[in-house]
Ligand binder design. Structure first.
Ligand code: F6P
Length: 386
């Protein structure tokens, strides 16, 4: 049975921020206001529900924010109401508590009849107890990682790709000048989408992603292969979650108070060091880090955010509950909000962009480069060294 149209909704942004959050907030709110729905902004994601920090969102609050980076509501990537760190015990262990009752109190006090949650898989999981309790919840998939299951696109991703592409573009000239191997580490958790897309767009010679474990020997072979062709520089785009064959992800930090405690980072430096040690070529690493999450969203994310936000409010107007807006086959659609909890969307073995990159001599560090001598005798494809 369809739900009745809510008179007042709460909206929050959860998890790590990304460009486009404000575009979605603006769109959700403007569409709701036009339909006569009162909108309340919950501060700092689910933390605002736990701590009862809720404020009204009027037209003026969301006007002019389309191109602003970050989120006007603030966010938190530690506030899972079902598993919330409330302190440390005498042994220094984190004390976890289920504080969903505090959230229900806030929801009741502010008369919130539905929730719109902007976030990644973690946020969709945090929303489950409210959806199960009969509060209509609509999710909007956000993350630079583009790893939310059930949607081919999350907002924020295309902005991160643009930033990473520009960084890769910029290291080409310095790598050429010095004849170096330049390693550019990008974010993405366990998914290599940013590295793959920015690597292809930035003309990287080697792209290393978590989905395809690499061998440092193959990476060095590729550097040498290029040098034999007269190419002094090699550009390597690497995802923070990439691993060597039989190796483990490189952890930059552990945050015990977070339900997602592992912070990846450092594989780029490790690869640069190994190239330095094991080859005659000098190498340097650049880690882009949070630069990828900062600043204004690109046009595509503003448009996607506007479409996603309007669709979220429309789902409530149409009486839907517990759905997540999604981008599938070039259109906005919606899926069950619990679907993203099933896992992460990663690059498939048959990904067409991986194939296109390989077709352009890009190495994924999993095989040796084509044999140059063979290519030059004419038995292989022509064109090299001619
Ligand atoms: O999920 C987005 C993301 O930027 C990941 O790519 C990265 O691993 C992580 O968040 C970093 O988290 P934090 O902002 O907590 O350092």
């Amino acid at each position: 049975m369809a739900n009745s149209i809510p008179k007042r909704i709460g909206v929050l942004t959860g998890g790590g921020d990304c460009p486009g959050l404000n575009a979605v907030l603006r769109s959700v709110t403007k569409h709701a206001l036009q339909a006569g729905i009162d909108v309340r902004g919950i501060e700092d994601g689910f933390l605002g529900l736990i701590e009862n920090r809720v404020r009204q969102l009027r037209y003026d609050d969301v006007s002019g924010i389309l191109k602003l980076g970050g989120t006007i509501l603030g966010t938190s990537n530690k506030a899972n109401p079902e598993k919330f760190a409330t302190g440390f015990d005498e042994k220094g262990e984190v004390i976890w508590e289920d504080v969903t009752d505090r959230c229900f109190k806030t929801i009741e006090e502010h008369g919130l009849e539905a929730l719109v949650v902007l976030g990644g898989d973690g946020t969709m999981i945090c929303a489950q107890p409210f959806a199960k309790a009969g509060i209509p919840v609509i999710g909007v998939p956000k993350t630079i990682d583009n790893d939310v299951l059930g949607t081919e696109l999350t907002f924020g991703f295309q902005s991160a790709v643009e930033i990473a592409t520009e960084a890769i573009d910029r290291v080409h000239s310095t790598a050429e000048s010095h004849g170096r191997a330049l390693v550019v580490e990008v974010m993405g958790r366990n998914a290599g989408w940013i590295a793959l897309r920015a690597g292809v767009a930035g003309g990287a010679d080697v792209i290393l992603v978590p989905e395809i474990p690499f061998s440092i020997d193959h990476v060095i072979e590729k550097i040498e292969w290029r040098r034999k062709l007269g190419r002094r520089a090699t550009i390597i785009a690497i995802a923070e979650g990439a691993t060597m064959v039989g190796g483990e992800q490189v952890v930059h930090a552990l945050d015990p108070t977070s339900p997602d405690p592992v912070k990846l980072g450092g594989i780029g430096n490790m690869v640069a060091k190994l190239i330095d040690e094991r080859s005659p070529v000098e190498s340097r690493a650049v880690t882009l880090g949070h630069v990828q999450r900062g600043g204004s969203p690109v046009a595509n994310d503003r448009v996607l955010g506007t479409q996603f936000g309007a669709a979220a409010t429309q789902l409530l107007l149409d009486g839907h509950s517990n759905r997540m807006v999604a981008w599938v086959k070039g259109r906005v659609t919606h899926i069950d909000i619990s679907d993203p909890a099933e896992g992460q969307r990663v690059i498939g073995a048959d990904d067409p962009l991986v194939a296109a990159a390989r077709a352009c001599y890009v190495s994924f560090g999993d095989t040796s480069p084509r044999d140059l001598a063979e290519e030059m005798t004419g038995n292989g494809p022509r064109g090299l060294l001619r």
